[in-house]
Design a binder for this molecule. Structure first.
Ligand SMILES: Cc1cc2nc3c(=O)[nH]c(=O)nc-3n(C[C@H](O)[C@H](O)[C@H](O)COP(=O)(O)OP(=O)(O)OC[C@H]3O[C@@H](n4cnc5c(N)ncnc54)[C@H](O)[C@@H]3O)c2cc1C
Length: 328
């Protein structure tokens, strides 16, 4: 296995961008888009940052993650709190990665569905070498979190609970500075672009709702935006119609099954811990093929994982997500 050093990767991206002619302005806080035109003719022509600083561009791209100051003000995407997933992760040393009571985590990634540790979400240990691992928790702050969570517990409390209870972490120490926390929205994007403007990464949001995998998906959205920008600049047209090519690429190449995956995610976190145990036993029995097919959205594979007594779960899902509000 391999672990991507996210900070090193970002430094490499900056270096590579500079070599290709990009100019970076660090510590510049974008506050709002500069626009021209009214109503449906409104288009972005630049960005206001750090108070009254301005920069103009043929095409503006919002890549600020869930902050989304430009996408929000342009009405491209409204991120909703009830769909917000929060996460925290520490790299730790002294982790017993091959504890006799647990599966061997050497060179492996472990995801755990357990509402006791991550109500309405999941927790993970990713081995990073030797006795080190990234240990984290994330959950969506929605009705499943309320149902399974404990009053007054915050995300750091759940991580501390895990550290206190899991024998693999008995001697583990958090490595100073090796902390990562943030949020992403698990929802259907309203829109992705408008005249002179595209939103990429978790601004839209692009993270895979089921298993995270945000970095790869977000990079893919950047590539789709680059292809679109190239086309717009070649044709000297960055109207809403021209930038909408990005929407097509996003829906067909970047996140093709987004609606199914959002539904699967909500259904998954609605289930209780006993149902998770049964799901894991089924997956063990049915083999990796069923898991990959279900992960790809195959209705046949998903049906093999459902049982008669899931009817009440599905009814609750329909009540909370289909009748109450539209998914995403
Ligand atoms: C705890 C945790 C663990 C994770 N683990 C993984 C993992 O193992 N694998 C994986 O693939 N994904 C993981 N993810 C998800 C992944 O980090 C995100 O999906 C990904 O970083 C999103 O990329 P982005 O560029 O869209 O946004 P971000 O990475 O959030 O980058 C946005 C940038 O914009 C800047 N910014 C914000 N507001 C403004 C503003 N107003 N003006 C200017 N700049 C601004 C921010 O400072 C930041 O630098 C994890 C997330 C969390 C929270």
């Amino acid at each position: 296995g391999a672990v991507l050093e996210f900070a090193d990767f970002k430094r490499w991206l900056v270096r590579d961008g500079r070599e290709k002619g990009a100019e970076y302005r660090f510590d510049a806080r974008a506050t709002e888009p500069i626009t021209e035109g009214e109503g449906s003719n409104e288009r972005a022509v630049g960005v206001r940052y750090d108070g009254d600083e301005e920069v103009y561009a043929d095409i503006v791209v919002d890549a600020t993650g869930p902050a989304a100051p430009l996408a929000r003000k342009l009405g491209v995407c409204e991120l909703q709190r009830e769909h917000q997933a929060i996460g925290v992760e520490w790299e730790m040393e002294g982790v017993d990665v091959d504890h006799p009571d647990y599966a061997d985590l050497t060179d492996a990634m472990m995801l755990r569905l357990d509402h006791h540790l991550a109500p309405g979400g999941y927790s993970w240990m990713f081995h990073t070498g030797g006795d080190r691992a990234k240990v984290g928790i994330c959950y969506i702050q929605n009705e499943s979190h309320e149902r399974y969570g404990d009053e007054g517990m915050r995300i750091d409390d759940y991580l501390e609970r895990w550290e206190a209870e899991d024998p693999r972490l008995a001697d583990a120490e958090r490595i100073a500075g090796e902390q990562h926390r943030g949020s992403a929205h698990v929802q259907m994007p309203d829109g992705l672009s408008t005249g002179g403007f595209m939103a990429v990464g978790d601004t839209v949001p692009t993270i895979d709702p089921l298993w995270g995998e945000g970095i790869y998906k977000c990079m893919e959205s950047g590539r789709a935006a680059a292809v679109t920008a190239d086309r717009c600049l070649m044709g000297d047209d960055s109207s809403a119609a021209a930038t909408s090519v990005y929407d097509d690429l996003w829906h067909t190449r970047v996140a093709p099954n987004i609606r199914t995956r959002l539904t699967m995610t909500r259904l998954l976190y609605l289930a209780g811990n006993e149902r998770y145990d049964r799901l894991m036993a089924d997956l063990d029995r049915l083999g990796d093929g069923t898991l990959s097919a279900a992960n790809g959205g195959s209705v046949r594979a998903l049906a093999r994982l459902l049982h008669l007594d899931d009817a009440s779960l599905l009814a609750r899902f329909a009540r909370e997500h289909l009748l109450g509000s539209q998914p995403g």
